[in-house]
Design a protein around this ligand. Structure first.
Ligand code: FAD
Length: 396
């Protein structure tokens, strides 16, 4: 295809050669790194730029994790670990903190090693990044296809067609992967990760009950974090971790929770002989859950502790230590990140450039990379966004 001259995106005498498709954290970070070196790109964004940053970290934006060893950092990505070694060796956690410091966002490390902006406001991070890309052209259009043509790419939106020499695709994990597959890239089927789960058992009466530092076993793997019951099933950091590891597996699967933290039920029974069993178990788990445990054991919740014999005690202990649920699907609207996306085999992890199409780059969640909760998914955006920008600059 021959490119007519008017295809070049020109404004006020400036010819823009680089398009970034998607103005989320990855695309905007890439634009920002380019601008810091004096290169202005065009961002195509169908919504508002960085809108997806606003709900992160519950509105506080958990922008990174205080893990400074690159291999340890990469081990938090069920998909992408090896690919990210080289990426993090070039742009890791300390580079992220320096970047934010530079654009006026001071950060702090929480007790659990998650890193947040000092103001605890995702909107401040968004505003600082928008300020940092001031002057970058933002075109509010939905890109529907990208086609190779001689000397570059035709970027076609619902409204118009444009021409660019280099294209960075940063459309995230909830988008039209056909844009990448249309250019010959293999797409690993997208599946939700970091989600709440629907369970076969009805726990709606436990909705809102949360338990700290619970261990769980799923398919032979052990996990430990906080658990939350919801009207559909289970959620919370513990379930997010499990769904991250299980993202590529088929439903249904079973999870066994251990609600005990070393308590000895017999000692509690001995210390409270006249308390009813429900209240004794409530020393270990919230009252509503102790009722459920006793229902499963088929033991009268009003029975006094001294009437609980060894068989009943062992039954209660086994349910408290191995509370089994059957996950039947992800919960509605609970998805936080997508596992799957552009296959990493076809992307150079030193440059983020496609190994199939020259001058085409990827960054962020569109790649088959996803991490645990804790700042890892945004770290992926900053790091891959940086590498794409660096490669574009070296190639200009
Ligand atoms: C509720 C919630 C909380 C989260 N909290 C955290 C957290 O605290 N820490 C963390 O590390 N991660 C968190 N994440 C994950 C993190 O937000 C994502 O990993 C990150 O936003 C991915 O960035 P991205 O730029 O790759 O994609 P996106 O954020 O999805 O951005 C892609 C952008 O491209 C635009 N776009 C898509 N298709 C087109 C198209 N065809 N044409 C034009 N524009 C297009 C979209 O409108 C969007 O703005 C959270 C996610 C959710 C949902």
């Amino acid at each position: 295809m021959k490119i007519p001259k008017w295809y070049f995106f020109m404004e006020q005498g400036l010819k823009y050669r680089i398009a970034i498709i998607g103005g989320g954290p990855a695309g905007c970070a890439c634009a920002c790194f380019l601008k810091q070196k004096g290169i202005f790109s065009v961002i195509f964004e169908k919504n508002s730029p960085l809108k997806t940053l606003l709900p992160t970290g519950g509105g506080r934006c958990n922008l990174a994790h205080a893990e400074f060893d690159l291999k340890e950092l990469a081990s938090n990505y069920p998909r992408g670990e090896k690919f990210l070694y080289s990426v993090f060796s070039r742009f890791g956690t300390s580079d992220t903190l320096k970047f934010f410091e530079k654009i006026g966002i001071g950060t702090y490390i929480q007790d659990d090693m998650r890193i947040f902006p000092v103001s605890d406001k995702a909107s401040d991070v968004r505003n600082a990044m928008l300020e940092a890309i001031n002057g970058v052209k933002i075109i509010k259009e939905n890109v529907i296809s990208i086609k190779l043509c001689s000397g570059g790419f035709e970027v076609r939106s619902e409204d118009k067609a444009y021409f660019f020499e280099k294209v960075v695709i940063a459309i995230g994990g909830h988008s039209a992967f056909s844009i990448a597959s249309g250019l010959g890239h293999k797409i690993i089927e997208p599946k939700p990760a970091l989600t709440a789960l629907k369970t076969k058992e009805d726990f709606s009466f436990l909705s809102g009950v949360s338990l700290k530092n619970i261990t769980a076993v799923c398919e032979g793997k052990s996990y430990s974090e906080d658990l939350l019951f919801t009207h559909e099933g289970v959620s919370g950091p513990l379930v997010y971790k499990i769904t991250s590891i299980m993202a590529r597996e088929k439903f249904p699967y079973k999870i066994r929770f251990n609600f005990m933290h070393g308590e000895d039920l017999q000692s509690l029974l001995n210390e409270n002989p006249h308390k009813n069993i429900k209240n004794v178990i409530s020393e270990i788990v919230p009252k509503s859950l102790s009722e459920t445990v006793l229902k499963i054991c088929k033991i009268d919740e009003n029975l006094q502790a001294h009437k609980i014999d060894g068989k009943m005690r062992d039954k209660i202990t086994s349910v408290l230590c191995g509370f089994e649920v059957e996950a039947i699907s992800t919960a509605n609207g609970g998805e936080v990140v997508t596992s799957g996306g552009v296959s990493l085999d076809e992307v150079d992890n030193k440059t983020m450039e496609s190994k199939i199409v020259k001058n085409l780059y990827f960054c962020g969640e569109i790649l088959n990379i996803d991490g645990f909760c804790g700042g890892f998914n945004l770290q992926n955006c900053w790091s891959t966004g940086y590498l794409a920008a660096e490669a574009v600059l070296n190639n200009i």
